[in-house]
Design a protein around this ligand. Sequence first.
Ligand code: FPP
Length: 239
Amino acid sequence: MPNPTSNIPQHVAIIMDGNGRWAKARGLPRIMGHKKGAESLRSTLEACKKTGIRYLTIYAFSSENWKRPVIEVGDLMELLRTFLDKEISTLHKNGVKLRVIGDLSKLASDIHTQIKAAETLTSNNQDFNLTVALSYGARQEILQAMQKMATLVENGDIAINTIDEDTVSSLLYTHSIPDPDLLIRTAGEQRLSNFLLWQSAYTELYFTNVLWPDFSPEHLHEAIIEYSNRERRYGTTSE
Ligand code: FPP
């Protein structure tokens, strides 16, 4: 496996796309693609941790995914229940702090309870940060931040002329997480699909045709090598 030695991203975000196509290509129900995708998530998380990455943020279920057929949504929620039930103790043992971001009010109350318990259990862990975006949409996240900001102004808690980029960042779901350095999207599509729109202003984007269930630590390392060869200028010149 290649060993990227320098310039490791601190925070990697992933749009895990292609589960359905992976299953279809094998004549399997879509849920089998999602299950295999959950395995890719496990191996990717381990590889991130080993490589020295500190933050992994995954797009597990978008606010638009609620429009999928009821059966598929139910299957994905069941997979989530199993993940929260079976994986949390391993994550905790490995020093992983779990955060879930998104409009959690739409989730079933038992999942909500599982999420809160998992976040509390892992809240003091410091070795690695896994953030799961669930029922998440970036525009909705920015909208709720604007609403909070309007309330703060209305109550006289902040003055309009003191509002800056940090104020906005502090009101997003991701307030305690650095912006992603590298965003990977699998399965060929080249768009952000309403994921981390504010946070990815300067993020390096990496697109691969590999379907998420086929994504392996080797693919992660290819992305990191490409990242480490890019020059991030944040709008400045290279001189
Ligand atoms: C996109 O593939 C994937 C999803 C909508 C779900 C991602 C979920 C997992 C990988 C399960 C593991 C995560 C947790 C936290 C349990 P798609 O279905 O849109 O694929 P397609 O574009 O090929 O149809």
